[in-house]
Design a protein around this ligand. Sequence first.
Ligand code: S3P
Length: 437
Amino acid sequence: MRQPPRRISPPRSLRGTVIVPGDKSISHRAAILNAVAAGPATIENFLPADDCLATLDCLRALGVSWSLERGGDESSRLSLTGRGLGGLRESAEVLDARNSGTTMRLLAGLLAGRPFRSIITGDESLRSRPMGRVILPLREMGADIRGREGDSLAPLTIQGGPLRGIHHRSPVASAQVKSALLLAGLQAQGETTLEEPARSRDHTERMLRAMGADLSEEGNALRLSPLKQDLAPLNLRVPGDFSGAAFWLVAGALHPDAEIVLPGVGVNPTRTGLLDALQEMGADIAVSGEREVGGEPVADLRVRSSKLKGIVIEGLAVVRLIDEVPALAVAAALARGRTVIRDVGELRVKESDRILATVQELRRLGARAEEHPNGLVIEGVEALRGAPCDSRGDHRLAMALAVAGTVARGGTALSGAEAASVSYPGFWQHLNELGSG
Ligand code: S3P
């Protein structure tokens, strides 16, 4: 339900420590892979956000039992009992991925090989996002999978059955496509090899290896052998979500009186493009205590008030910051000079058209931003000014606009602020705490 706009006033300082919630991508994968592993697993710091809850609800409908214990603040522990691939059952209801592309695409790959019928739908945004990118290669593997509008859109109907391994060269660098095909490949006859134009996030690969899958890398390609036995369950602790931390990195760099400490954030190099971009812009960000948690690199981050300058981001580098472009655009709006972000056409098919939405909404706050077919150009201004703006139901837009409002002059009224809960349920509380720190 649409709530009244949230008022954001710039706080005098932004200071304190924020424990960002568990990583969204890793939480989805930990649930899905353990759901088909041979035995129980416990996942600490599972992200209890709308997207991951959609995955859990779909898994329950498929016969997987789990329980989620929610501690104080954002912490939660997921206990889940995998009964092997053969433990999944036909769902009596339509599976609802809600706003979550990861849920829909990964489950499509998994269910393509299960011997029953599944129907997966989603909310209005997800039903308009491209599904041909998973439907077509899954069909090539022998799957009986269909979608609306010439097999390009959800709802998807899947009659699971035997699959064969393929060689697939994806035209887009997409971890969701890659993961869908890996999940199908586990169940196929023969090897599956995958190539993508740039390395997308590799959480699925890391987790599959840790659970005993035979997955190797050859140059740019991944090679997966079908499972000989079910995956071994994997207990893990989910690192803090870099994509959540991203908003505090930008807020801390832009606010004139800020110091924000972010302990335990995932710094998988396939995800940290924004960190590199902000540092190149001149942000004062320190990375310390690098370690490994749950098979993923983790570190403590600290950001302080900084003076930023514009940069150019393009080419393969954009894959490492694709979800962070709305946050980066806010940083660019107040950086000295021009920031050019090219080769991000993928943003048009995210939870909203993020090129259009970012440009239009930031302009309402006084930014000088221009839309291009595959990117955006932003000329830094001296100050943003608070104004009414709208997340358009997109969680990353909501949080980016909140950061913009926090460093703008005057008050901002943000419609659709509640969308933040799709990936960061405690976002508003954390913002309030930092602002009164
Ligand atoms: C995700 C992959 C990315 C990312 C999304 C989460 C994942 O999407 O934008 O927020 O968890 O695999 P694509 O794989 O479509 O690029």
